[in-house]
Design a protein around this ligand. Structure first.
Ligand code: AMP
Length: 399
């Protein structure tokens, strides 16, 4: 984009907590900041803090977030920021499952774009076509639509998407539940391939993963309201996290979930395994370490306790994995990235499922990025990244 952007001034020291300092740091246009101030927001929510910079950099994004997390502003604000000062063409489309959500999202656009010269329309069924038709033909920057009614307008050529830059699939899981997959397909076929796609969903069942694979390019996953690792909705993922925050992230993942699942964690060193066990126990999670300092009998007992569900978390070193019968275990966390790609494959295999479907999470510190890339080459597929606000080291966008 060549348009001149009036950048907001950097927040001044000591200004945090006053006005919209937290939003100013995101570099949003002054007219957007004015609307945020009018709305009374002072601080971005976690999904906004994480998703807005990624969206501004043009990344495709999967936002795993429920209503109430501020997810609407997480996509609305960067879209308005992008459209301000631009030509009046239809450059953003938001698809929603229901007319209620459609109206709500359009109201959000109206609220956050109140000082900006941006026109939008809500397009949904059950009401006459003509008023929507007039608005579409008059020219709008943003269309918020339910799929069925939008197709009616496309077929009447009331709107064309030749200049579309951003597509948002909001509440994608509900859209699929409601049987909208063919309509989404029809609509996307009218949109240029060179676009940014943002997908929001409360859950990530395989159908939504398939949808993301079809329409998104190298997406970054941002997950808020983290559930237990075991209950997490992405089954095979890498968490970018600085080394010193790995323990805190692990505790966060394992304590947020309601249900107690069994989780097998691999660390590179004995000391690492012991430290993880100590931190988990302090956080109230029963865990046992299994490494070369333990006798064979102790190891067998730990494994049995784990398999019988008496302990939820078993922490093993790379060495201890050899010769270990851990078949039937459903969840694996690689606290350190395995040194050998084969170990990664082996561990995922241990979950008794195919690599794609196995529940496996890998914590990746900055110095482990290269090893993850090697693993991705060996398994022949990219592993989705999950960015947890407050833990990510912020380089996922550079992938
Ligand atoms: P959503 O998750 O998008 O449905 O938003 C939930 C509610 O939070 C809406 O009523 C928003 O107006 C409000 N909201 C969104 N972002 C913020 C923020 N940064 N600070 C305070 N309230 C917000």
């Amino acid at each position: 984009m060549t348009k001149q952007k009036k950048k907001a001034p950097a927040p001044e020291a000591g200004a945090a907590g006053e006005g919209v300092a937290g939003f100013e740091a995101l570099g949003l246009h002054q007219l957007v900041l004015d609307a945020i101030r009018d709305a009374g927001y002072t601080t971005p929510t976690p999904i906004q803090r994480e998703a807005i910079p990624l969206a501004q950099r043009g990344r495709d994004l999967i936002g795993l977030a429920q209503t109430g997390t501020g997810k609407t502003a997480a996509f609305t604000l960067p879209i308005i920021d992008r459209l301000i000062d631009g030509p009046r063409r239809t450059r953003a489309l938001i698809l929603t499952p229901t007319r209620e959500l459609c109206v709500q999202v359009e109201e959000s656009f109206r609220k956050y774009a109140k000082h900006a010269p941006i026109a939008m329309v809500a397009v949904f069924g059950g009401v006459p076509l003509e008023p929507q038709e007039r608005k579409l033909r008059g020219g709008v920057d943003v269309v918020v639509a339910t799929p069925g009614r939008l197709i009616d307008h496309l077929e009447r050529q009331n709107v064309v998407f030749d200049d579309l830059e951003v597509l948002v699939l909001d509440e994608a899981d509900r859209m699929l539940d409601m049987g909208f997959a063919p309509q989404i397909n029809r609509i996307v076929s009218d949109i240029p391939n060179y676009r940014q796609t943002l997908l929001f969903s409360a859950t990530m069942p395989p159908e939504v993963e398939a949808l993301a694979r079809k329409y998104l390019r190298k997406p970054v996953v941002v997950q808020v309201g983290v559930r237990s690792a075991a209950a997490s909705t992405v089954t095979h993922a890498v968490y970018p996290v600085p080394r010193e925050k790995k323990n805190a992230l692990l505790v966060e993942l394992l304590t947020q979930g309601k249900e107690h699942e069994s989780v097998l964690i691999f660390t590179r060193t004995k000391q690492g395994a012991d430290r993880v066990v100590r931190d988990l126990e302090e956080a109230g999670v029963r865990a046992t370490a299994m490494h070369a300092d333990k006798s064979q009998a102790q190891r067998m007992r730990a494994l049995q306790d784990f398999k019988d569900g008496r302990i939820n978390v078993l922490v093993a070193t790379d060495i201890a994995q050899r010769g270990l019968d851990i078949s039937g275990i459903t969840h694996v966390i690689n606290y350190d990235v395995p040194q050998q790609a084969e170990d990664y494959v082996h561990r995922i295999g241990r979950t008794g499922r195919a690599a794609r479907e196995g529940d496996a999470y890998t914590f990746m510190a900055p110095d482990e990025i290269a090893m993850v890339r090697t693993i991705e080459r060996v398994i022949g597929q990219p592993i989705p990244r999950i960015s947890v606000p407050g833990y990510d080291f912020g380089t996922v966008a550079a992938d």
